[in-house]
Design a protein around this ligand. Structure first.
Ligand code: AMP
Ligand code: ZN
Length: 112
């Protein structure tokens, strides 16, 4: 069993509020939302962070970005949204399984 929280969510071993999943990615609601809509998109494949991405991931990353726009539309974020990928401790990354934050709606924070 993996000790990575997001691998375990992707495997269905830990519950999450999943809004979308397919063979490549899973999207679920952040447990501590920073805005009205706050989703996390993860690849099923364990990748530590953006720093661990290789050319073999190019298609996966393009797919994740395109899916982000689709999920934003489905979440009613017609006016726009913000995407964030925290990388490394200095970038505020806490969970070392690559994930993209999709934030939008009321309460969207600005940059400090
Ligand atoms: P980061 O700081 O980019 O690593 O973000 C990690 C995010 O994961 C934070 O926004 C947390 O609120 C979120 N998080 C942690 N545990 C869970 C969980 N079990 N289900 C959903 N989101 C989580
Ligand atoms: Zn993982």
């Amino acid at each position: 069993m993996s000790d990575c929280l997001f691998c375990r969510i992707a495997a269905g071993e830990i519950p999450a509020d999943i809004v979308y999943q397919d063979e490549k990615v899973v999207a679920f609601r952040d447990i501590n939302p920073k805005a009205e809509v706050h989703l996390l998109l993860i690849p099923r494949e364990h990748v530590d962070s953006l720093n661990a991405v290789t050319p073999a991931h190019d298609e996966l990353l393009g797919y994740m970005l395109r899916l982000t726009a689709k999920l934003a539309r489905e979440q009613g974020l017609a006016d726009g949204y913000r995407t964030i990928i925290n990388t490394g401790p200095g970038g505020g990354q806490v969970i070392f399984h690559l994930h993209l934050h999709l934030l939008g709606g009321k309460g969207l924070p600005g940059f400090e």
